[in-house]
Write a protein of this length. Structure first.
Length: 395
């Protein structure tokens, strides 16, 4: 049954109660650990399937079409929302992958708890020797009957301190080339042998963690996808991550009557844009903001609910450029006051440099666009086809 904008708002008003003029100001990746407000928010939305409308109704969605999902997302953006960053991996990455690759029992076990916020996931991909080259992952997973025994470490794992489950890629075959010997697992973060160590940042936050696995046992029922297909699932997961970053408008389409986003209207109303150089920078930020929004809308319509492809790398590049332009504009217009930790937009300014790294560096995204979208020659690879056990690695 198709639902219209008025019906959506009627339902959301009853649930959220507090409509506001602009969307929330959460900065992607700012490191918030506010779990309770997010959990209450998701609990309020799950029965109606409003948070993940495109998911099946039995798993916390409402079987919505891509067009309906866009309408619902736009409607949610006009209400006060919680900080959902702690729940992002589950909602945006693990959930879609489970719908594509998970067994019926895995979907039944994990999707609803993701949608209602009762379980939180982290992404255990990067290692000391496997950053941009994720296929070089060396955490071992050895078969022992109906279980797998994991040994190794992961690094830069956000949400690791409070996650209940981890999506973990591990090496199950060292005799195959590095891309072919990986398998994906769902790891209970309360398992014996799991140790999570916070990594303290220069501002005192402990947003990232190291995760050490020592003889951690994982049942084969918690293997995600086929044996040896870990790289394929990794690529799909990263595609969802890049599509999520690329699809964010970073502030929403909160246009005023003048047609300006509220963040830009605030600067123009405060007399900050008298200088022609400042006006030029503001218009550049606004153009990037709108181009990102409009291109994302076209991409969503063209996708028709299909899984994101390599084009998502282009979307990530666009969104990162828009985010940086807006963050640096705010800092520069604020002057010396912009250096204060309680100044508007300070989190965005501090977060901006990392946006070109998280979810895959800008350089990796350009390679993906060049090779998989534009069909340009592949970058030379010296280890293609060589068994993982024969590769030289740091000790």
């Amino acid at each position: 049954m198709t639902i219209g904008v008025e019906q959506i708002h009627e339902a959301l008003v009853a649930l959220l109660v507090r409509p506001v003029a602009g969307s929330h100001s959460t900065v992607l990746g700012a490191g918030s650990d506010d779990l309770e407000s997010g959990r209450r928010y998701l609990e309020a939305l799950v029965d109606g399937g409003w948070m993940v409308p495109e998911w099946p109704s039995e798993h916390g969605g409402r079987d919505a079409s891509p067009a309906e999902a866009v309408l619902i997302a736009e409607a949610l953006g006009s209400y006060q929302t919680a900080d959902l960053y702690p729940y992002g991996v589950g909602l945006n990455l693990v959930g879609p992958v489970l719908l594509e690759r998970g067994t019926k029992s895995q979907q039944q076990r994990w999707l609803r708890p993701i949608a209602d916020g009762s379980e939180i996931w982290c992404q255990m991909f990067s290692e000391p020797d496997a950053g941009s080259d994720l296929a070089n992952a060396g955490m071992r997973a050895e078969r022992d009957g109906d279980e797998w025994v994991l040994n190794g470490s992961k690094v830069w794992t956000s949400r690791g301190s409070y996650a209940t489950w981890g999506m973990c890629v591990a090496r199950t075959d060292t005799s195959s080339p590095k891309h072919l010997g990986l398998t994906m697992f769902a790891v209970d973060m309360a398992s014996p042998g799991i140790e999570v160590r916070p990594l303290e940042q220069m501002n005192g936050d402990q947003h990232f963690t190291e995760v050490f696995a020592t003889n951690v046992r994982v049942t084969d029922e918690n293997r995600l996808g086929d044996l040896g297909d870990g790289w394929g699932i990794t690529v799909e997961t990263l595609a969802h991550e890049r599509a999520t970053i690329g699809g964010r408008a970073f502030g929403g389409d909160d246009s005023s009557e003048a047609g300006l986003p509220s963040w830009l209207e605030a600067w123009s109303g405060g007399g900050h844009l008298v200088n022609p150089v400042a006006r030029q920078a503001a218009m550049r930020a606004y153009v990037l903001h709108r181009v990102n929004q409009l291109t994302t809308e076209r991409a969503v319509q063209a996708a028709k609910g299909d899984s994101p492809g390599p084009e998502g790398s282009g979307a990530k590049l666009r969104s990162v450029a828009a985010f940086k332009a807006r963050a640096y504009l705010g800092k520069n217009l604020a002057g010396a006051a912009g250096m204060l930790v309680d100044s508007p937009g300070h989190l965005g300014f501090m977060t901006a440099p990392s946006m070109s790294i998280r979810g895959g560096t800008d350089e990796v995204q350009r390679n993906i666009v060049g090779e998989r979208v534009l069909d340009l020659p592949r970058e030379p690879s010296v280890d293609r086809g060589i068994p993982y056990s024969d590769l030289r690695r740091s000790r």
